[in-house]
Design a protein around this ligand. Structure first.
Ligand SMILES: *Cc1c(COP(=O)(O)O)cnc(C)c1O
Length: 228
């Protein structure tokens, strides 16, 4: 299937899930995750009407930005080493993986503009996953006050690797509850209006639980190893 057909299918599914739970489909934005695929495939996504692209590594981001530039808004969705900040900072509109003060400090030092950041939360508690512990999110956000260029636009998580839909749903629901707690603080640097959650296999659940950005790779642009 080409990207256009995949996108039409995903948009239909977004519409039907939104109808089911009474949400407005325009509140769910699609990030095409292009980490597995070529620049040309990423361009197909742009031509099909996607405006957000996500990459999880510096090299992939550089290669795509070089060709595609500001035809897309760029999301850095992978874990970010502090020493790589300087190489990506001018290219991204969003970072989805802010999870520690040392990273906030380095970002802030290199920035001369506000940067939209998601705090990555390890809701599932799996050792393999990055992210702040759920119980540390509020204190982490308080600490971020010092870093004037860091804007907390939302929270991000990755669901656990399981077939159990209830476990996945609980994870997304906990992120939503945390978002509510952050919003109660009414901090001007942390409006926290967005939730980045849901990938190819679980975006339908994420939307039911309040996702505003879904990050879709395999089922939208495919992956080089097999495609879709
Ligand atoms: C790769 C990746 C995705 C997309 O995964 P698919 O299952 O291919 O849709 C989403 N989010 C993050 C953080 C990723 O690394």
């Amino acid at each position: 299937m080409n990207v256009e057909e995949n996108l039409a299918h995903i948009r239909n599914r977004i519409d039907s899930v939104c109808r089911k739970v009474g949400r407005d489909p325009s509140d769910v934005k699609i990030i095409a995750v292009t980490k597995y695929v070529s620049v040309n495939r990423a361009l197909e996504a742009i031509n099909a009407g996607v405006s957000h692209l996500g990459e999880n590594r510096e090299e992939g981001l550089q290669a795509k930005v070089q060709e595609i530039g500001n035809a897309a808004q760029w999301h850095f969705i992978g874990s970010l080493q502090t020493r790589k900040v300087k190489n990506i900072i001018d290219k991204v509109t969003y970072i989805h993986s802010l999870d520690r003060i040392s990273l906030a400090k380095e970002l802030n030092k290199r920035l001369d503009r506000p940067l939209k950041c998601f705090i990555q939360v390890n809701v599932s508690g799996e050792d393999s996953k990055h992210g702040c512990k759920p119980e540390s999110v509020l204190s982490f956000i308080h600490e971020l006050k010092e870093y004037e260029h860091i804007q907390i636009v939302g929270l991000m998580t990755m669901a656990p690797n399981t077939e159990n839909e209830q476990v996945i749903r609980d994870c997304f629901r906990q992120l939503k509850q945390l978002q509510n707690s952050v919003q109660t603080l009414r901090l001007n640097y942390a409006p926290c209006e967005e939730l980045s959650m849901g990938m190819s296999n679980d975006y339908h659940i994420a939307i039911e639980e309040g996702a505003t950005f879904i990050r879709i790779g395999t089922s939208l642009v495919g992956n080089e190893s097999g495609g879709v």
